[in-house]
Each structure stands twice: as C-alpha cells, then as structure tokens.
Design a protein around this ligand. Structure first.
Ligand code: 13P
Length: 255
C-alpha cells in the first residue's frame, strides 16, 4: 500500500490545559479552519472538557478523544475513568501510554497493554504512544525499545482490531522541548514500528497502519515531517492549543 492510501490523522493532545468554556471557544475557532481537511482530525481533551468538546464538535469533522482510561470496566478505583464511561458519552478515541503517564503516573508496558485491551473492548480507537528517553537514544536502543513497547502493548490484540489502533512515535526528548526529531529520525523509527507490526500481523496490516509522529511538531516543521514515507500524521501538544497553528498542521497533512 502506498503512503497516500493510508489514513493520515492529526490529533491534538491538549494535556492538562483548557476549562470547559475555553474548550468550547477553541473548538468553535478551529471548526471553520479545519472543515476541508483531507485527513482525520481528533482532539484529545481533559476528561472534564469532554462534554463541552463533544457538543462544540457536533456536526463537524472534528472527532473527540480522551487522554487515558482505566483497564477495569468499573470498581473501586478512586479518581479513575473507564473506557465504557467514555464510549457512553460519545467519545471515539483515547490516547494510551503517553510518556507523561509512563513517567509521572507509573504506567508500564503491561498496564498500557491492559488499557489498550479495555479501550478496544469498549469500542474505542486507541492512539498508542511509544518512544525513547534521550539516554536510551544515546545508548543506541531506540529501535529495540519501540519494538518492545509496540509488541507488549499489542499483546492479545487481533488482526481485525488493528484497524482501531494508531501508533504515535513520540521521542520523550522532543516533547515540549522545541527540539523536534529530524524528519529522517522520525521516518526511521516510524519505519521500525511498521516493521514490528509486519512481524506480528503481516505486510498488509503493517502497510495499512497509521503511524504518527509527535514531539514539538508545529506549523513550521509539519510539512517536512509529514512528507516522509512512514509518517502518517501527528500527535500535537503545544501547537494544538492554538487554532491557526493546529489548522496549518492539518492543512500540511491534507496535501
Ligand atoms: P508537544 O507537541 O508540545 O511537544 O507535545 C507532544 C506530545 O506529547 C503530544 O502527545
């Protein structure tokens, strides 16, 4: 399959930013700017903003996601949110395994896999994040590491379910630092992720898989990153909080 036949998806990860009122205002500002997008457009917002986001994005091409979900269907997990709760609101996507969850909140490859399973069982599409720390890149283990993260996260995921998985390569050293991976670095690691999916599920599944890059992607560097064979979209942090910047990235992915 040619890159052009794969679905490009630009997803915003708002992290812990914006109140419900601010969410409504920002999505209303974005809607006209991204309405002609020739790619998927997703905004992953804080839990408390989901209602406002779903309402503001109604009748538009913007789809709404959450930034995490618990692996259990329900139970004594104070402060947590289940995948079924998200689906019942109308949420379609969920980010799983973001490096900030892994670094600050104890997510491991095993709990990432459990969350992926729960999200798929509930009917969500998963944006699965993998990526290395700077020391790991310097030690030359980036390829092995992202392959391992990918394999463990996809444990127990069937070939049919793979159409509801997007993988985002996010080198931790590039997140929020302004230090973007070069387009060649992004392409190389995204290619390793695709090769790992091929090893597990075969060539057709690997070729159809949307593999995003994330880490200081912005309006200025998006076109070059997105021109690469294995870069099928982006997971955007800071630049997804500004309507014009996010729209410029969506436009770059639509060419
Ligand atoms: P920045 O685009 O702010 O570097 O964040 C990337 C990211 O972590 C998206 O999930």
């Amino acid at each position: 399959m040619k890159k052009s036949a794969r679905r490009a998806v630009i997803a915003g990860n708002w992290k812990m930013n914006k109140t419900p009122c601010e969410t409504t205002a920002l999505i209303n500002e974005m809607k006209p700017l991204v309405k002609d997008a020739d790619c998927g457009v997703v905004l992953c917002v804080p839990y408390v903003d989901l209602c406002a986001a779903l309402e503001a994005a109604k009748d538009s091409n913007i789809e709404i996601g959450a930034q995490n979900c618990h692996w259990a269907k329900s139970g004594a997990f104070t402060g947590e949110i289940s995948a079924d709760m998200l689906v019942s609101m109308g949420v379609k996507y969920v980010i799983i395994g973001h490096s900030e969850r892994r670094t600050y909140f104890g997510d491991t490859d095993v709990t990432v896999n459990q969350r992926v399973r729960a999200a798929l069982d509930a009917g969500l599409t998963v944006i699965l994040c993998v990526g290395e720390y700077l020391e790991q890149r310097e030690q030359g283990v980036t390829g092995e590491l992202v392959a391992m993260q990918t394999k463990i996260a996809l444990g127990g995921v069937s070939a049919e379910e793979l159409s509801r998985i997007i993988i985002a390569y996010e080198p931790v050293w590039a997140i929020g630092t302004g230090r973007t991976a070069t387009a060649d670095q992004a392409d190389e690691v995204n290619g390793i992720i695709r090769a790992t999916v091929k090893e597990l599920y075969g060539e057709a599944a690997a070729e159809a898989m949307t593999v995003q890059y994330g880490g200081s992607m912005n309006a200025a560097n998006a076109a070059e990153l997105l021109s690469k064979e294995h870069v099928d979209g982006g997971l955007i942090g800071g630049a997804s909080l500004k309507a014009a910047d996010f729209a410029a990235i969506v436009e770059a992915a639509s060419r």
